[in-house]
Design a protein around this ligand. Structure first.
Ligand code: NAP
Ligand code: ZN
Ligand code: ZN
Length: 346
């Protein structure tokens, strides 16, 4: 058993506090990781605040984990002590269902085991990356390419894969017009990745405040959604829209921006339902879809893609004492563009 230092939250309105958590003894295929950096995803905030349903507190969030292997179980073959590794939003799945066999473990028919706020196969609650150590079965660990530093690697494990997967699945590439709604953690990764895939990229942000950044990330166009003229001008334009917004928006207005056979993929996960006016779908044979993170194989592929194209998130490194403040700033859309906790400050 390893005792890890962590930051935990005890309820929806409670601040983070210092905590100690136990990490299990290594099973045959387990890996012990010393965590170096953990990103703050908006999903951590939805969960910590209990917005997605009841949570068993105390909760240690964090599913953008980058660190170094410090011990391995007796039958581990994929990793050795000293390897630079990452863990994302899930730490296990059944491994046997049709979706697991396809390598889409995030859609495991028995339900994947989330990195935090879940229950593992030993019946223990899972606790995430705002901690010094984690134990994970080797099949749910990915290798961080040598030319990606650990601090910028962390956000790739959720923000990176969550945007790479739908861009890849719906064929973002040369000749495709892709719009990204919301320039936050996920949004700025979507812009960088879609640009690297060769698509023409447009950012749809609430204001023009971050326009210079968006263009520098690789966007070709940038519009403010607070300007209703934007919706008139761009009607029927996009092949693919990735909506990363964490709040309820008028999704029908965005559907009207799709071209014939275009698809709007929701990766943003607000607690409230989004109302769809079906006329915005049937008019141009449009599709409204969703996508959840990505499988382990695709996560490794995304890391290699980012390494090849020199893609890294823009991060602001914070200490463990600044988590509450960072949450406030994410909620105010005041994040450029991902907070990453330096775990040495735990
Ligand atoms: P984030 O950094 O807070 O970014 C969200 C962005 O949405 C903001 O920066 C802002 O962009 C825009 N926004 C926020 N409130 C808005 C409002 N009321 N109206 C219009 N736009 C608004 O969050 P994130 O970490 O990227 O996560 C985004 C969402 O994706 C969250 O709901 C999260 O839970 C979800 N998520 C889903 C998956 C998945 O597997 N599907 C994985 C990870 C995260 P502008 O300032 O540019 O307008
Ligand atoms: Zn996340
Ligand atoms: Zn399964």
């Amino acid at each position: 058993m390893t005792t890890a230092k962590a930051r935990a939250v005890d309820g929806p309105d409670k601040p983070f506090r210092v905590a100690e958590i136990k990490r299990r003894d290594l099973d045959l295929h387990d890996i012990l990781i010393e965590i170096k950096y953990a990103g703050i995803c908006h999903s951590d905030i939805h969960t910590a605040h209990g917005e997605w349903g009841a949570v068993n507190y105390p909760l240690v969030p964090g599913h953008e984990i980058a660190g170094v292997v410090t011990d391995v179980g007796a039958e581990v073959t994929k990793y050795k002590v000293g390897d630079r590794v990452g863990v994302g939003c899930m730490v296990d799945s059944c491994g046997k269902c049709d979706n697991c066999i396809k390598g889409e473990e995030q859609y495991c028919l028995k339900g994947n085991v989330p990195t935090y706020a879940g229950v593992d196969k030993y019946g223990e609650p899972t606790q995430g990356g705002y901690s010094t150590h984690i134990v994970v079965t080797e099949d749910f660990v990915v290798r961080i390419p040598d030319n990606i530093e650990l601090d910028v690697a962390a956000p790739l494990l959720c923000a990176g894969i969550t945007t790479y997967s739908p861009l890849n699945h719906w064929g973002a590439g040369p000749g495709k017009k892709v719009a990204v709604v919301g320039l936050g953690g996920l949004g700025h990764m979507a812009v960088k990745i879609a640009h690297a895939m060769g698509a023409e990229v447009t950012v749809l942000s609430q204001t023009l405040n971050k326009k210079e950044d968006g263009l520098q990330f690789g966007a070709d166009n940038y519009y403010a959604t607070s300007d209703s003229e934007t919706f008139n001008k761009l009607a029927g334009t996009f092949d693919l829209i990735i909506n990363t917004v964490s709040a309820k928006i008028d999704i029908s207005a965005y559907l009207s921006l799709l071209t014939l056979d275009g698809t709007l993929v929701n990766v943003g996960a607000p607690a409230e339902p989004l109302a769809v006016n079906v006329f915005s779908l049937i008019g141009h044979r449009r599709s409204f879809a969703g996508s959840m993170i990505g499988g382990i194989r695709e996560t490794q592929e995304m890391l290699e893609f980012c390494a090849k194209h020199n893609i890294a998130p823009n991060i602001e490194i914070i200490s463990a004492d600044q988590i509450d403040e960072a949450y406030e700033r994410v909620l105010a859309s005041d994040v450029k563009y991902r907070f990453v906790i330096d775990i040495s400050t735990m």
